[in-house]
Design a binder for this molecule. Structure first.
Ligand SMILES: [Mg+2]
Length: 183
């Protein structure tokens, strides 16, 4: 592995604002075939009850494009399976204990994916990105959907900001609301 310091090790492949800013066609052309996606604050905002329509549409588009897709969450089974059902995602892992990599390993196996063709997507550097990096899997970091999250998160978010200093962000061209972002 070619990295000299923790910051470099933790650097995500891409940083985006929202999961639906990820250009599926670009990922596909880069050879990726599987997406392993975090739930809380990536697919559904903190304390919200269901995914926003653009997120649901993006998940649908990903599966239609041919991506194998799994949700891997540290949350409990009832919530994870409910959201997976709402989104039409068959494969999910609950109580994943990220940043431990076992949940991601299970999802990769269940999807019959190759690690080199898999991307982990999530809103937490020290949870989602770290779990991926420990496996040598690429990761995309999103902004948390809802900024007003649990009060214990502020220190972690501060540490994330430090680790991400100098890591470029992808800002997609903002089109009229509802427009598909893929070319
Ligand atoms: Mg999360």
């Amino acid at each position: 592995m070619k990295w000299r310091n923790p910051r470099q090790f933790m650097r995500p492949l891409l940083r985006v604002q929202r999961v639906n800013d990820i250009a599926l066609e670009t990922l596909w052309q880069q050879g990726f075939r599987a997406l392993i996606i975090d739930l809380d604050n990536t697919l559904v905002g903190y304390r919200l009850l269901e995914p926003a329509p653009p997120v649901a549409a993006w998940v649908r588009a990903a599966q239609e494009r041919g991506f194998a897709l799994a949700i891997v969450s540290n949350n409990v089974r009832a919530w994870v399976s409910a959201v997976a059902t709402m989104l039409g995602v068959v494969t999910y892992v609950h109580n994943a204990l990220k940043p431990l990599p076992f949940g991601v390993i299970r999802a990769v196996k269940q999807l019959r994916a190759r690690r080199s063709q898999t991307v982990v997507v999530g809103d937490q550097l020290f949870t989602d990105v770290l779990a991926a990096k420990l496996l040598g899997v690429r990761a995309i970091l999103t902004d948390p959907l809802v900024a007003d999250e649990h009060h214990a998160m502020w220190a972690l978010r501060l540490a994330e900001r430090f680790m991400l200093l100098g890591a470029p962000r992808f800002e997609p061209p903002r089109e009229a609301p509802g427009d598909a972002r893929d070319p």
